[in-house]
Ligand binder design. Structure first.
Ligand SMILES: Cc1cc2nc3c(=O)[nH]c(=O)nc-3n(C[C@H](O)[C@H](O)[C@H](O)COP(=O)(O)OP(=O)(O)OC[C@H]3O[C@@H](n4cnc5c(N)ncnc54)[C@H](O)[C@@H]3O)c2cc1C
Length: 410
């Protein structure tokens, strides 16, 4: 762009689109945000039924950038609660704290496992100090950090639930962006003496909007509108035409009507695969093929409503055992008391990772809810059947981009 844009059209009202729109509009620029849904937030969505609120999967705010944290505090003033992070892993019917504590391993496993895990860990530490072999796959990333046995116990099965394929076929990048700064030595120190809070995935406390994560996009949209710009809901983008330098036209369907607007710049946050198909002039075949080959995992969220005060102390519980349908759960009340109707009730939010049309996706909502409740009652023994008040099942396409081995090249 040769000059400061006068009107920016933003595609998608998820956090990325709205944060962009917020930055421009609150500094005096004009934006139009086009969102196909009738609500803002994208994946950062919070639903509510009977006074039970739930995110599509618990979202936490965490950044090591203090400017960003201050921006967040300002945006969400009066709505922030601090959440103590307690994460555990459920493995072989037993609970282990995450970050891993050696005391748990001693308490919950036999001498052979301890020996195996200890030797694997030591070997990984030696390898990490002497080897400069590149770490390419997710398995290599975990093994280099924790050793073979701990990887097998605490990471392999959960990762395979999330991604639906072996860790050998996935990129190490996902592990490194989730555990920036985490080396085997910080793992040892944290396992022995506790975290110093500096590593991305191990923080002990985080900020959360009292009424659910969707309050963040809602607040952004409020500010954009009060700055005189627009957030248009029910507006599905169909194509983008380039007329010349600083001159774009975006065609969209607004509640059944074909419309278009013109702007000096377009910022897209809609799925890349779709964007590549709607550009005019069209993009090259190579780009189009690359866009088609991007893969995604889908998600089924189950919100289980309970007549019980509390089920677990956890912020997150990661379920390794493959006979349990869901891979992760959280109890929203542990994040914010405002997420449940009153102190006598609680809920559990379960994440079932799947791919459109696989056997999990093909189950009916009722089958999924029943299966999850059976797992919670019979296997995890979290509550009695009589505590169960009902469940909501929400299906989300394109929840996670798959970091396969050639995702970056695509
Ligand atoms: C279960 C789960 C847990 C997560 N936990 C965390 C967490 O703890 N912390 C964290 O920071 N992140 C977390 N994330 C990731 C976070 O949700 C995403 O990174 C974030 O939502 C991405 O924002 P976005 O705006 O890029 O995309 P999206 O949220 O996907 O928004 C894109 C928007 O574009 C709209 N759109 C699509 N096509 C069109 C079209 N043709 N026309 C108009 N609009 C269109 C969509 O409807 C959507 O509103 C989690 C994600 C999941 C699934």
């Amino acid at each position: 762009m040769s000059k400061k844009p006068e009107h920016v059209i933003i595609l998608g009202a998820g956090p990325a689109g709205l944060a962009t729109g917020h930055e421009i509009s609150t500094k005096g620029g004009k934006v139009t945000v086009l969102e196909k849904n009738n609500f803002v937030g994208g994946l950062c969505r919070t639903l509510e039924e009977d006074g039970y609120k739930f995110d599509l999967g618990g979202h936490r705010w965490f950044s090591k950038n203090e400017d960003l944290n201050n921006w967040f505090r300002h945006l969400m003033a009066g709505e922030i609660v601090m959440v103590n992070r307690i994460s555990r892993i459920y493995y072989d019917r037993k609970y282990f704290f995450y970050p891993i504590k050696f005391s748990d391993i001693f308490k919950n496993t036999g001498p052979l496992t301890i020996l195996h895990a200890g030797l694997g860990f030591l070997w990984a530490a030696i390898q990490q100090s002497v080897s400069d072999k590149p770490i390419i796959t997710m398995k290599q990333a975990y093994v280099s950090q924790f050793g073979n046995k701990l990887y097998d116990m605490f990471f392999r099965r959960y990762s395979e639930k999330v991604w639906g394929r072996p860790c050998e076929e996935l990129s190490a990048d996902w592990v490194s962006q989730r555990s920036k700064g985490l080396s085997i030595w910080t793992t040892v120190r944290d396992a022995l003496v506790g975290s110093n809070n500096k590593v991305t995935s191990l923080i002990d406390e985080f900020m959360y909007p009292r009424d659910g994560y969707m309050r963040i996009p809602e607040r952004l949209a409020e500010d954009i509108r009060s700055s005189g710009s627009d957030v248009l809901l029910g507006s599905a983008v169909r194509s983008i035409k380039y007329h010349g330098p600083d001159d774009f036209e975006v065609f969209f369907n607004s509640n059944g009507q074909e419309r278009s607007i013109r702007g000096n710049a377009v910022v897209s946050t809609i799925p890349l695969g779709y964007l590549a198909k709607i550009l005019k002039p069209e993009c090259t075949e190579e780009v189009s093929l690359a866009a088609d080959s991007l893969e995604f995992r889908d998600l089924i969220t189950v919100n289980v409503k309970l007549s019980k005060k509390q089920v677990s102390p956890d912020t997150w519980l990661y379920i390794q055992d493959s006979d349990i349908l869901f891979g992760r759960l959280h109890e929203p009340k542990n994040w914010s008391p405002a997420m449940v109707p009153d102190g006598d009730h609680t809920s559990l939010v379960l994440e079932c990772f799947c791919t459109f049309h696989d056997e999990i996706w093909q189950m009916s909502d009722e089958e999924i809810a029943n299966r999850c409740v059976r797992d919670l009652v019979d296997k995890l023994k979290f509550f009695e059947e009589s505590d169960y008040l009902g469940a909501n099942v929400v299906r989300t396409r394109f929840a996670y981009p798959v970091y396969d081995l050639d995702y970056a090249a695509k």
